[in-house]
Design a protein around this ligand. Structure first.
Ligand code: TA6
Length: 304
């Protein structure tokens, strides 16, 4: 969408504007009494969310991120859809699917009665998507910015065959020091340890998740909210969810982050991913004519 079209959409909505973002890409800036946020139509990608109570942004964004066609933004909340991680049978296809590297259309933008702002992005199947995923779909990403950041990923199946897919709102959170944080809410949950892949599935004990090294874990069959406790920034980030059965936790630590071109070597202590997902055993199927939606709600509280 051109700047002019986006300007037209934002013009009559108090608190919404479109500005030139990184890489010259348009970005929608949303300002409310409670918070501010930024969302790129590129990937329908939330890159910034900061309640007025917070000195630091809630979302992490790499200073080396790409901001260009065909490449994913590193940080914020990438939309992983309709597969998660590498494609199961075509390794040369993009990791985490097709949604995060496409430009989405703005379907609606409105100021709600509670003074929050809601923008809905739409991505429809086309020739390009059918080349890598031979199905018809309508994918909407509804983002509501206020005291919380609420994101709903909604898949409608307009076709005649059942859809089977994986999905994640791959949220990157800003922390003071990953070696000092803990995640509560995943106790006694089964996870796949992708670092010790040979070890396969493991069970989290009744202790919180902590980060002594690289951690890459899809936790399965869990609908629990997670709390990211950050003593250095003196806050707790709470990730609530609906219709999500998986939570993926990731920090690349030293070696993996050094291998990533769009991730600075010294950034790994400042981020943690807690991803609201349906992956692996928790893949979803959507019958013809049906709609499935998954929601993440991000909020922040001071440390008790
Ligand atoms: O969510 C964790 C993960 O699957 C990791 O394995 C790591 O690859 C991360 O996603 C980032 O993936 P990306 O394709 O964005 O580099």
């Amino acid at each position: 969408m051109t700047f002019e079209t986006l300007n037209e959409i934002c013009r009559d909505v108090p608190g919404a504007s479109v500005v030139e973002g990184q890489g010259g890409l348009p970005v929608i800036a949303l300002q409310t009494d409670a918070s501010q946020a930024q969302v790129y139509p590129h990937g329908a990608h939330v890159t910034h969310f900061q309640p007025v109570t917070q000195r630091e942004p809630v979302l992490w964004l790499s200073r080396k991120s790409w901001f260009e066609d065909g490449k994913p933004i590193r940080g914020g909340v990438p939309v992983c859809w309709p597969w998660f991680g590498p494609h199961s049978s075509a390794p040369d296809l993009p990791s985490h699917g097709i949604a995060r590297t496409r430009e989405w259309q703005v379907e609606s933008l409105e100021l709600l009665d509670d003074e929050s702002l809601r923008v809905t992005f739409l991505l429809k199947s086309d020739e390009q998507t059918r080349q890598v995923w031979p199905y018809s779909f309508e994918l909407r990403h509804e983002i509501t910015v206020g005291a919380t950041l609420e994101m709903t990923l909604r898949t409608r199946n307009p076709g005649k065959s059942q859809l089977s897919l994986c999905e994640a709102l791959h949220s990157y959170f800003r922390v003071g020091d990953v070696q000092r944080v803990r995640i509560e809410g995943l106790e006694n949950t089964t996870y796949i340890d992708k670092i010790a892949a040979a070890a396969g599935r493991k069970q989290q004990g009744d202790e919180p998740v902590t980060f002594e090294g690289e951690v890459d874990r899809p936790y399965l069959d869990t609908e629990s909210a997670c709390t990211l406790v950050d003593p250095q920034l003196g806050r707790r980030i709470i990730v609530r969810k609906r219709n999500s059965r998986s939570t993926v936790v990731w920090n690349p630590h030293i070696e993996k982050s050094a291998r990533m071109e769009d991730y600075a070597d010294d950034e790994w202590p400042t981020m943690v991913c807690i991803e609201t997902a349906n992956v692996h055993d928790n893949a979803v199927t959507i019958d013809p004519g049906q709609t499935h939606e998954m929601t993440a709600v991000i909020s922040v509280a001071d440390m008790e």
